[in-house]
Design a protein around this ligand. Structure first.
Ligand SMILES: C[S@@+](CC[C@H](N)C(=O)[O-])C[C@H]1O[C@@H](n2cnc3c(N)ncnc32)[C@H](O)[C@@H]1O
Length: 253
């Protein structure tokens, strides 16, 4: 069922460039989704897990040495300095958020949401604060409490592969909904590797053990999970490391 906060906010936005939407009508903390509690508690939910995993070398190991390259790929997809408003949908470990902060123009606005407050707290401690350009909200990617057409840029960094298909579809639909026409959605994700990729079977094993929804990234392009009615244009699709990772940049038409 649609939450009240969401439906009250779902209206055609008319925000000027760089103006940030009002998130305040969503005071309640979101519930931790079942898939997150059952499948990823050891990675994101438990405070000790957050302390353990949020280390550059571990994230780099999980991404097979590609962490910095993929963060660079995110930053290259946005203007430098980054002007206008940016929504990052779900936190990421490591230096992604501090590096976005470094790239922000003085007039930019940057909102970060995550369904787990513990994730936002951890990232808050990595930023140079106070910084009036940055806000953080605990909320669910599948039900964003902000108006349509709110942001100039929207970013998801390795979120879709962690979501069950129905939640993935909802989260991508929300990302497109809050993006302004002409704005950019940047998705960095896994991708089906080349057939003879030497780490293909290793990655498959990791998915089999820890990431039950991730093989979907090998089965279909990310746009397969967009709503059928979505109006968008692919600006670029770039693959990395023998096609094991991808960056998809689209614009809403
Ligand atoms: C972006 S993903 C994976 C990022 C990658 N493993 C890394 O840390 O670089 C992990 C984040 O997604 C968040 N998350 C999962 N489901 C979510 C949802 N429905 N809404 C918002 N955040 C969600 C988790 O709380 C976690 O902080």
């Amino acid at each position: 069922m649609e939450s009240q906060a969401h439906s009250e906010n779902q209206r055609q936005g008319s925000l000027a460039a760089g103006e940030a939407p009002d998130f305040c009508s969503s005071p309640a903390l979101p519930e931790t989704p079942d898939y997150l509690r059952k499948t990823y508690w050891w990675a994101y939910e438990h405070p000790l897990a957050v302390r353990f995993w949020d280390r550059g070398f571990l994230i780099n190991f999980i991404l097979l040495g590609n962490y910095t390259r993929l963060v660079d790929a995110v930053l290259e997809a946005f203007p430098r300095p980054l002007t206008g408003s940016l929504l990052q949908i779900s936190n990421a470990y490591g230096q992604l958020v501090p590096r976005i902060q470094q790239q922000l123009d003085e007039s930019a606005r940057f909102d970060l949401i995550d369904v787990l407050p513990v994730q936002l707290e951890k990232t808050r401690r990595k930023l140079k604060l106070p910084d009036e350009r940055i806000r953080m909200f605990p909320c669910d990617a599948t039900d964003l409490p902000c108006p349509d057409n709110s942001y100039d840029h929207v970013l998801m960094f390795f979120l879709p592969h962690e979501l069950p298909e129905d939640k993935r579809r909802q989260a991508l639909s929300e990302a497109l909904r809050v993006l302004k026409p002409g704005g950019r959605l940047v998705l960095v994700e896994f991708h089906r590797p080349r057939t003879l990729h030497p780490l293909r079977w290793w990655q498959r094993l990791v998915f089999g053990l820890f990431e039950p929804y991730a093989m979907d990234m090998w089965r279909y392009p990310l746009t397969h999970y967009f709503p059928e009615t979505a109006r968008y244009q692919v600006i670029s699709q770039t693959t990395y490391f023998g096609e094991l990772y991808q960056r998809l940049v689209i614009t809403k038409t």
